[in-house]
Design a protein around this ligand. Sequence first.
Ligand SMILES: Cc1cc2nc3c(=O)[nH]c(=O)nc-3n(C[C@H](O)[C@H](O)[C@H](O)COP(=O)(O)OP(=O)(O)OC[C@H]3O[C@@H](n4cnc5c(N)ncnc54)[C@H](O)[C@@H]3O)c2cc1C
Length: 368
Amino acid sequence: MRVIVIGGGMFGASTAYQLARSGVQVTIIDHVHPGKATLAGAGIVCPWATRIEDPEWYDMYAAGGRFYGELIADLTAAGEDSLGYRKVGALVTSTDANELQAAGERIARRTRNAPEAGDVQLLTAAQAQAKFPVLRDGLEAYFIPGGARVDARLLSAAMVRAAVALGAEYINDYVTLDIADGRVRCRDGNGQIMVADEVVVAAGAWASQILEPLGIAHPVKPQKGQIVHLRLAGVATALWPVLLPMTSHYMLTFDDSRVVVGATREDDSGFDYRVTAAGQAEILEAGMAIAPGLVNAEIIETRIGFRPAGPTTKPIFGRVPGVEGLSVGNGLGAGGISIGPYAGKLLSDIIRGETPELPVSAYAPQRH
Ligand SMILES: Cc1cc2nc3c(=O)[nH]c(=O)nc-3n(C[C@H](O)[C@H](O)[C@H](O)COP(=O)(O)OP(=O)(O)OC[C@H]3O[C@@H](n4cnc5c(N)ncnc54)[C@H](O)[C@@H]3O)c2cc1C
């Protein structure tokens, strides 16, 4: 079987890697548009704290978090040692006591049957500050030891490399689709037909552009996110937990004294690849309100990503009815670093004719 995967972000890289592991001949084609979501994503993997209650989405989110253990082990066994993944734990806090209590109840309910979350503890304000030194005074927090952060740039590159080591081909190109006798056809940047049994569109926020010539109204739109990277020179931030203050903003750290503060959620900005004054102000204000110890941090960069946002939070993946040889994997939205690797595995099962281990009808393209 020969499969073309369009898009080398979290969804495409994972689908390609899982297909290659099963002996499928894969070609990954990625244009790497400015604003590719996987290059900007924060990298929080901590499903148990979310306020979203949609059970079909949450099942996928939680399974995605759980799957990380297996994925990291597999890639490590394949010789990949630059994955950017670390279980640093997560601090869930709030300035509102009722909100914190509600968060505690939610986390307890969700982690009851999730040993990978570890033993959740309520920390005093001083204990929370000891774990995240720039945190403001007086905030109790729940600590979830299984919370993790991952550098999605490194992880997606590792999945692509591992796929290539298994025989896949990686091409940097912009492809288009058309249809002949009811079957999808993929053309490279020169208009040449690329032969495949199956074409997988994992093209993120750009998928509707590539599907439109097939007469498919794909319901995924870009949701712009601006995310600020700060440096606390001389401070060892590598082991700080992810900080989730139960707003749409959050913080996480990386090894190079880096503190990442995210992120805007802009539904009406289209593909506007600019750092804006309002975006910058929103993030820095939210960040310093919860972590005043950041006031002297250096701004290193602001990244921009276009989250592939569907009509609901649920991802959309599977075979597209009515067009032979066409599958999609998309709609990862704001949780795609957590969900993408697992959703890619499920999609690879569907493409190979295997029964996925999780019921997938809720995510099928025909639902849209
Ligand atoms: C600021 C921000 C913070 C985030 N934080 C988190 C987080 O903490 N945790 C979490 O779980 N998720 C997070 N996310 C969400 C996550 O990053 C995305 O859901 C995920 O990366 C989407 O992956 P994707 O593969 O679907 O799309 P993308 O990564 O956008 O990849 C799609 C690729 O397809 C390519 N492509 C499109 N059209 C074509 C074509 N015609 N030919 C060839 N290639 C094409 C594009 O160039 C692109 O490279 C965040 C996102 C943003 C923006």
